[in-house]
Design a protein around this ligand. Structure first.
Ligand SMILES: Cc1ncc(COP(=O)(O)O)c(C=O)c1O
Length: 419
């Protein structure tokens, strides 16, 4: 369980912040008197900082450690692979683990006869998806949704809808994307597809960074039907929702929807940076067969250590039934959050989400944002989402009932103070 033994941040964290301030570009890490703590080591849902304080992490460190921090099977796989081969030539002389991982992905995703393009982060997967759609349809337009987050590289930024991220770079953006409100009427989407004929529609099944927003019942199925009718490709960004987080392996399975292209990342590496754009072999054939120079690749594509970590993480997810566990633990956490809402109706406006992807919406960012450093001082690592009014609860899928109960107790104390 968490244990705090110094002021938070402690003296070592403060000293590291001062050093970092001098050498890192100033917009990268948010440094304030009450934030952040510098991490030293972690295990399961617990993170220990450089001052020896132990925290409960309900962020999975950006949704990455679904299997928990430093899962022993992932660590062992990394160590074993590191002793053999650190780096391969991803698209020239690949390693065996790359083959194994692509096979494993093909067996787990809902797309039949799936083929992958590996990347290192979510943005890479989105770039590959956009290029696949362009090659397949010849139609450059993309319909994406307000509040959506798909990464910050230029292609991904074009589809990402947050004005704060896009604003300074608008003159360099491709401008191929149009955005409609997430969850808007299917009739308006149908009209848009007819009028503008984009090659692809891109959506998160549940918006993550946008504030844990679940679309209306049947919306994703409707989107699928509209795409099929208009010969538009449906790209689902399951970088956050994938790998058991929402209680299904992939959130689209809850709605019985199969996308044309699936973007995956975050939790698939068990903590190492790896992602993939996945589509059927038929759709992937639009790339043509390499004659010696890949049209889309990168130096570290299919890095052997990341592939080995991913194989281990996917094994753990499967053998420990973590998607099912996320559904069960998610309902326990959701009940607790709903109870808090009834106790603090003037502070909390909504609890939403599915599985272990839950959001607590507060009346204003002025209430939600100060809770983040206050929770940190109490031993709870939290992140805000959306416009700052939402607190994200996306813990490792291995979180225990005792840890959930502890988290709810801390929140109750904090909310009582704030009230
Ligand atoms: C849904 C979704 N797509 C894409 C990304 C971008 O991933 P990355 O930061 O690894 O590039 C994120 C990151 O939070 C995300 O949540």
């Amino acid at each position: 369980m968490p244990q705090i033994s110094t002021a938070v941040p402690g003296p070592r964290s403060i000293a590291l912040a001062e050093r970092l301030r001098r050498v890192e570009s100033p917009n990268v890490t948010y440094l304030a008197p009450d934030f952040p703590v510098f991490w030293d080591h972690a295990e399961g849902c617990l993170v220990t900082d450089v001052d020896g304080n132990r925290f409960l992490d309900v962020t999975s460190a950006f949704g990455v450690v679904g299997v928990g921090h430093n899962h022993p099977r992932v660590v062992a796989a990394v160590q074993e692979q590191a002793a053999k081969l650190l780096h391969g030539m991803g698209d020239v002389h690949p390693s065996e683990v790359k083959v194994q991982l692509c096979e494993r992905i093909a067996g787990l995703v809902p797309i039949p006869h799936a083929q992958t393009i590996l990347g290192q982060n979510g943005g890479d997967a989105v770039e590959a998806a956009l290029k696949t759609a362009m090659l397949a349809t010849g139609r450059p337009g993309v319909l994406a949704f307000e509040n959506g987050y798909h990464g910050l590289t230029y292609g991904a930024l074009d589809v990402t809808a947050r004005p704060d991220f896009r604003g300074p770079f608008l003159p360099q953006l491709g401008g191929f994307t149009q955005h409609l409100p997430f969850g808007c009427s299917l009739a308006s989407i149908g009209a848009h597809l007819q009028a503008h004929r984009p090659g692809a529609v891109l959506a998160e099944p549940i918006q993550g960074r946008g504030g844990i927003v679940v679309p209306p019942e049947g919306w994703l199925r409707g989107l699928r039907a509209l795409c099929t009718e208009t010969n538009t490709l449906l790209i689902l960004d399951e970088i956050f929702t994938g790998w058991g987080r929402t209680g299904d392996w992939f959130a689209c399975q809850f709605d019985g929807v199969i996308p044309d292209i699936l973007c995956i990342g975050k939790a698939m590496g068990g903590g190492l940076p790896i992602s993939a754009c996945v589509a059927s072999a038929e759709l992937m054939s639009v790339w043509g067969v390499s004659t010696g120079e890949a049209l889309h690749t990168s130096t570290f594509l299919g890095n052997p250590i990341a592939c080995a970590a991913s194989l281990a993480a996917l094994e753990v997810l499967e053998e420990d039934n973590l998607p099912q566990r996320a559904a069960l633990s998610g309902s326990v956490l959701a009940i607790g959050l709903h109870t808090l809402q009834t106790e603090f109706p003037l502070l909390i406006t909504e609890v939403r989400g599915r599985g272990l992807m839950l959001g607590l919406e507060m009346v204003s960012p002025a209430i939600a944002l100060p809770l983040v450093p206050a929770a940190l001082r109490a031993g709870l690592i939290l992140l805000p989402a959306g416009d700052g009014r939402v607190l994200e609860f996306v813990p490792p899928l291995v979180i225990s009932e005792e840890q959930i109960a502890w988290c709810l107790t801390v929140l109750r104390h904090l909310l009582t103070e704030f009230a």
